[in-house]
Each structure stands twice: as structure tokens, then as C-alpha cells.
Design a protein around this ligand. Structure first.
Ligand code: ZN
Ligand code: ZN
Length: 165
């Protein structure tokens, strides 16, 4: 069963009640990410921030791949997450996404991930990602149909509006 790898930055991305600072508490509801089917989505945290989403026992909701604390080494956390899931699931993800508000697109590229900004990902979460199986159909923009959202069928990777007439 193929899956999509989701790696998250924390500060400015996940909503938190731990601290009321706009640059820390972000737009994405951790519960919605938690609810995404674990068979279809592998999820991990790649930021060293202490404000990652937690359960009632104060454990991280998602696995932490955040050993490398320097922003210039973020790609190493991405690679470690990729290797971890490839090993335990015995197959590579069909696509790997890095969700961040840092505009560190270079870090995503170094690890062969697609950079998705937190605002875009939040919109997709609110609408279209609750698939029960991965639809492998590919859009004219060459990205999975699954990664499009909204009435104009926007692609969260290339940002094209792919609506067909
Ligand atoms: Zn498209
Ligand atoms: Zn696209």
C-alpha cells in the first residue's frame, strides 16, 4: 500500500494552546492531521521546536525526526524521516511533502521533497484530503489529482489552477 509522506515544521504551522504568539501558534489544526488515515499518510515533525502537537499525556502526536536543530540542516531531518518510513513500511512514499512557513524551499529540494506552504496545506486539509484510498490519477500539471483543492482545482505543488472547461 503506497503512502504520502508529510513532514512538518512546527512554529507558525501548527496551532498550539501552549503559547499565544502569532509566530508560534499557526493555522493548522493538529487534530485534522491526526485524523488523516495513517495507512495513506506517514506523518512526522522535522522541527526542533518544543511546541509540537501533544496528546493528553504530553507525548508528541507525530513521530519526531528533529535531531538536526540548525535550519541549514533541516534537509537531514527530512531525509531521516524518508529513510525511517521507507524502512518500516518497506516501500518508498509515492510523494514527499514538507509543510513549512519558513520559505526554506532549498531544504525541501535538497531532500527531494515538495515544499508546501502552511496556508495552502491548511486549505487542502479543510477540504479534500480525507480520501479512503490513494487515487493515482495524474492531472495535466503532472501532479496527483489528490493534491488539488477548491473550485478552481488548484494544485498545492505547482499552484496552477488546473480546472478543465
Ligand atoms: Zn494540476
Ligand atoms: Zn501541479
Amino acid at each position: 500500500m503506497s503512502y504520502i509522506l508529510l513532514c512538518f515544521d512546527v512554529d507558525g504551522v501548527f496551532h498550539t494552546n501552549e503559547i499565544d504568539e502569532p509566530h508560534i501558534s499557526g493555522n493548522i489544526n493538529p487534530k485534522l492531521v491526526e485524523q488523516l488515515d495513517d495507512k495513506l499518510f506517514a506523518k512526522s515533525i522535522v522541527s526542533p521546536s518544543p511546541y509540537y502537537p501533544k496528546d493528553s499525556q504530553n507525548h508528541s502526536l507525530f513521530i519526531l525526526h528533529n535531531k538536526h536543530e540548525n535550519n541549514e540542516e533541516r534537509y537531514k531531518n527530512l531525509l531521516e524521516s524518508y529513510q525511517y518510513f521507507t524502512q518500516i513500511r518497506r516501500e518508498k512514499p509515492i510523494i514527499s511533502l514538507y509543510i513549512s512557513d519558513n520559505e526554506d524551499i532549498d531544504q525541501a529540494k535538497k531532500a527531494n521533497f515538495h515544499y508546501i506552504d502552511n496556508i495552502t496545506f491548511g486549505k487542502v486539509l479543510d477540504s479534500d484530503l480525507n480520501a479512503s484510498s490513494i487515487n493515482y490519477d495524474v492531472c495535466s500539471c503532472e501532479h496527483l489529482e489528490l493534491l488539488h483543492y477548491g473550485n478552481d482545482h488548484s494544485c498545492m505543488i505547482c499552484m496552477n489552477s488546473c480546472k478543465l472547461d
